[in-house]
Design a protein around this ligand. Structure first.
Ligand code: CO
Length: 410
């Protein structure tokens, strides 16, 4: 049986080719649930509201005055290829688009895929317009095996600059003129334009027990954070924060290293007349759940995983621990989230990486450091992380959603 959450998740993934679209998709869900959009945070906060800045969003449900915070965080960005400001290249009869690589892209996975283009344009008056052209517009063609005979033994070697340039036709218009036409804005002064795989999210496997999609890392967690908040019934001050730029270090106005969440917490405190001491103690009593996908054990590469801490598909959300603080989970945090999970029968697994394998990080440690709020790192186990098309178990998104809901109320 296909899990009832899958349609909602697939709609989210297919509607959100860029961080700006993730925020837009979240906004639609929040709006439908009666959350109030705030243009700024100087006026009195609605009891359920949200605020957007570029590719980041914070949403809240205030709960009781001075109640501790329950924060769920995830990131809106995924590694991808972005079109350069002056992209037009004509080379030996082919029209190509110059690109910039964003984050840790698994480059080979972008070869021979049908790519669309999405993003936003900024007009000279400062207004922004989202666009998404969901058609096969571009492709990065792989070199034929006849011209690269040793590839299967030697491995694919790609020069990051020379071999990643997509073809987008033969006699094409200048990119900026094409963009003006398709978006319908005449005074474009700048743009963010990202390539994306036009293949839609799908169930996978003879038993449909798996799902495959672009950007599961980390839109799956964004989806769970927003829908968890919408459906939560809690007396705590509940917050969902979706940050941009996690894949490149989180240092920006909209990244987890920026002030967005800290500002919101300070504003909530000030509107509830909390003293400095009360604000401090409120943070001591609060928890942040940092949700970002984890590595499931890969059946072809078992030796890359720590065997007693290797998550399986459809066996629940992975609790991520790292003594070197690449993940923020402490033993107290692990105990708290186990109690949360037990309260609603949500299965949990444990992920620890091998000592000889570098471990990725998340917004958890950054958020904990900035706010002084204990964070717990969790995530759905997946394969093919940072590939153009990732995969995970079809039951696990529902497990994460249930965990988020339980966490917000526990
Ligand atoms: Co991630």
């Amino acid at each position: 049986m296909v899990n009832p959450h899958i349609d909602s998740l697939f709609h989210w993934l297919d509607s959100s080719p860029t961080p700006f679209h993730v925020v837009n998709t979240a906004q639609a869900a929040l709006h439908d649930a009666g959350f109030v959009l705030h243009d700024g945070l100087s006026n009195s906060l609605a009891s359920r509201g949200y605020f957007i800045r570029d590719g980041a969003l914070v949403a809240w449900s205030l709960g009781d005055t001075h109640a501790p915070f329950r924060i769920v965080g995830a990131h809106t960005d995924s590694p991808n290829l972005r079109i350069q400001p002056n992209p037009d290249v004509v080379s030996h009869g082919w029209a190509q688009l110059g690109i910039e690589i964003y984050g840790g892209v698994l480059l080979n996975s972008w070869l021979d895929r049908d790519l669309g283009i999405a993003g936003r344009v900024v007009s000279s008056d400062g207004s922004t317009t989202l666009f998404s052209i969901n058609e096969p517009l571009a492709r990065i063609p792989q070199l034929a095996i006849h011209l690269d005979r040793e590839i299967n033994d030697r491995g694919l070697q790609l020069d990051r600059h020379q071999h990643t340039v997509p073809v987008w036709g033969v006699q094409t218009p200048v990119f900026s003129e094409w963009l003006q036409d398709v978006v319908g804005v005449t005074s474009i002064s700048a743009f963010d334009a990202h390539l994306f795989d036009i293949q839609k999210a799908a169930c996978l496997g003879v038993d449909s027990s798996l799902i495959a999609s672009a950007r599961l890392d980390n839109q799956l967690s964004c989806w769970a954070a927003i829908h968890g908040l919408i459906h939560s019934q809690s007396s705590y001050a509940c917050i969902a924060v979706l940050n941009d730029h996690e894949e490149v270090g989180s240092e920006s106005t909209t990244g987890a290293g920026g002030p967005l969440l800290d500002s919101l917490l300070a504003i909530i405190d000030s509107q509830q007349d909390a003293s400095v001491g009360q604000s401090h103690d409120r943070r001591l009593a609060s928890w942040c759940l940092s949700a970002d996908n984890a590595h499931a054990i890969h059946p072809n590469y078992r030796e890359r995983h720590e065997p007693r801490h290797a998550p399986l598909p459809n066996n629940g959300v992975a609790l991520k621990l790292n003594g070197n603080q690449r993940y923020a989970t402490s033993a107290r945090g692990a105990s708290h989230i186990r109690n949360v999970a037990e309260s609603k029968d949500v299965p949990l697994q444990t992920f620890v990486s091998r000592n000889n394998m570098p471990c990725g990080s998340t917004i958890g440690p950054i958020t904990a450091t900035r706010l002084g709020i204990d964070a717990i790192d969790v995530g759905v186990p997946q394969l093919s992380m940072h590939s153009i098309r990732e995969m995970c178990g079809a039951e696990d998104p529902g497990h994460l959603l249930n965990l988020v809901q339980a966490f917000l109320a526990f």
